[in-house]
Design a protein. Structure first.
Length: 513
């Protein structure tokens, strides 16, 4: 009764956290805007579209880019709605793995929680790796263009220099994430504003300075089948073109992981998930349209012999200004806009990683869990921050030996995360269909229907990301995604059977410790 009366005076998210059996250890200082900003800056349309625009151009071109984005965005919204409904009921930093434990029932809870948690955290580490490594590659391209471009004898950094840049970026992200949540909230909101303003600036400026702009017929109807990879089926080409869109609209689980630092998280956490996806769909489509109107020669943009070494958007920016003004300096400056957005994206990704690691360690699921569960005087899980950055650096090291191996590693990012997204939703619509108690935000009678659409979409993209992207298939063209994700699954299940099942019992309350 005393606890019940006290909870009436608490923030609703704080009160709900107590009901779930956890103490408030992190500083609850984020508004709904800040919560949205973290997810929106991780989705970061400037990051995903800029770095994977080549994929969209190569597989289907404008049709895959323009319509694939809308299709992917709408179906991803179903996943977001399902996650938002569960987040409203269970607003904890543990997010997905905690949801699985509660929804799978007492018999399956430990295994469901363990499986979901490890897929989630491995996927998050891979996402951080891919974001910061992509930024390192982009900076290398900017240096190349600034020193004359590939055809002008510009400086091309070695793979060792790129990995060193990657390491410096991660180091700076770890330092920033060592600051208080108030600072991170400020940077998160700045990142969200930068993404929105940057998109509007680029979608207007780049077509405006491009002398030979594409027409509307090209942008909305041209389907590129000349992929040079031996793929001729238009349906197959179009599905491969969806990869850019789905890779971009990922990471909105950050709103759930920031729940214990968000005011009224049972209401604002779901709002953060849904709004970050919705705004990303609108803003991202505008960016795609603007840039695609500046496309005039797809084979030239994708050629490794162009000034940007085959980096399509960099070549678009550079060539537009070079053709208009005689030099590409303006294009290089414009590249700084997505570069800064990618930097913010990586920073927010480390924040989300560390909160997931903190929560997973709180329940004893990580080796040396007490170490990663500690918070400092500023209520920041400092050890988790630095471990997350270190692992993201290690995961990029395979790039030194094989680009194929590195791509397999990064493929865990999307499929690993989406498997973690789908598991609690699956338990919600099956084992917990009748027992699920919704929070303030809920889908009512449509919850199960939306959940099944979400599960089917995740299954679909898991297949898409595993398809070969080049023929004939050799050891260098084979898509190693199924091997990487299957290997991760084998490791997780084996560790459970051989060891973890004897000691991991799922989420453990700490309110009375």
């Amino acid at each position: 009764m005393v606890l019940e009366l006290a909870n009436k005076d608490l923030d609703s998210g704080h009160a709900r956290l107590n009901e779930l059996g956890y103490k408030q250890e992190l500083k609850r200082d984020l508004s709904v805007l800040s919560n949205f900003a973290f997810s929106f800056s991780i989705i970061s349309v400037l990051t995903g579209i800029t770095t994977l625009y080549n994929t969209g151009l190569n597989f289907g071109g404008p049709v895959s880019l323009v319509y694939g984005w809308l299709i992917t965005g709408c179906l991803t919204m179903f996943v977001g709605l399902s996650m938002a409904e569960i987040c409203s009921s269970y607003p904890t930093s543990g997010g997905l793995y905690y949801w699985s434990a509660k929804l799978a029932g007492p018999n399956w809870a430990p295994f469901a929680s363990y499986l979901t948690g490890w897929f989630n955290i491995a996927g998050q580490w891979a996402v951080t790796t891919s974001i910061d490594y992509s930024l390192a590659q982009m900076l290398q391209v900017m240096i190349l263009l600034a020193t004359g471009g590939k055809n002008g004898g510009g400086y091309e950094a070695s793979k060792y220099v790129v990995i060193a840049i990657h390491g410096v970026i991660l180091l700076s992200h770890a330092i920033l994430n060592s600051l208080s949540i108030s600072w991170l909230s400020f940077f998160g909101q700045l990142a969200a504003a930068w993404n929105i303003l940057g998109v509007f600036l680029l979608m207007i400026l780049i077509p405006a300075v491009t002398p030979d702009r594409a027409n509307a017929k090209f942008v909305f109807t041209h389907f590129n089948t000349d992929n040079g990879d031996g793929i001729h089926s238009k349906f197959y080409i179009f599905t491969l073109g969806l990869l850019m869109s789905q890779y971009t609209i990922t990471g909105y689980d950050a709103s759930a992981h920031m729940s214990e630092e968000t005011k009224d998280a049972d209401k604002n956490g779901p709002k953060g998930i849904i709004s970050s996806i919705g705004v990303s769909i609108i803003v991202g489509w505008g960016y795609i349209l603007g840039i695609t109107f500046a496309v005039n020669n797809i084979p030239e943009l994708l050629s490794e012999d162009n000034d940007a070494g085959g980096y399509a958007i960099a070549q678009i920016f550079y060539q537009a200004f070079k053709s208009r003004y005689g030099n590409g300096v303006g294009g290089i400056i414009c590249l700084g806009i997505p570069a800064i957005a990618i930097y913010f994206c990586g920073m927010s990704s480390v924040t989300s990683n560390s909160r997931m690691l903190y929560a997973f360690s709180r329940d004893g699921a990580m080796p040396l869990s007490p170490l990663w569960h500690k918070v400092n005087k500023q209520e920041v899980p400092l050890n988790s921050v630095w471990l997350s950055a270190f692992i993201a650096f290690l995961m990029a090291l395979p790039s030194l030996g094989s680009a194929v191996a590195f791509q397999a590693m990064v493929s865990i990012a999307v499929i690993g995360l989406y498997i973690a997204y789908a598991l609690p939703i699956f338990f919600r619509v099956t084992l917990a269909r009748k027992s699920f108690i919704p929070g303030p935000f809920n889908l009512g009678k449509y919850g199960v229907f939306v959940g099944w659409i979400s599960i089917l979409w995740v299954a679909t993209i898991s297949v898409l990301f595993s398809l070969p992207v080049s023929y004939p298939i050799t050891d260098q063209t084979l898509n190693y995604t199924p091997v990487a994700v299957g290997g991760l699954a084998i490791i997780i299940v084996s560790s459970w059977v051989l060891n973890a099942r004897h000691w991991f019992k799922g989420p453990v309350t700490n309110l009375y410790r």
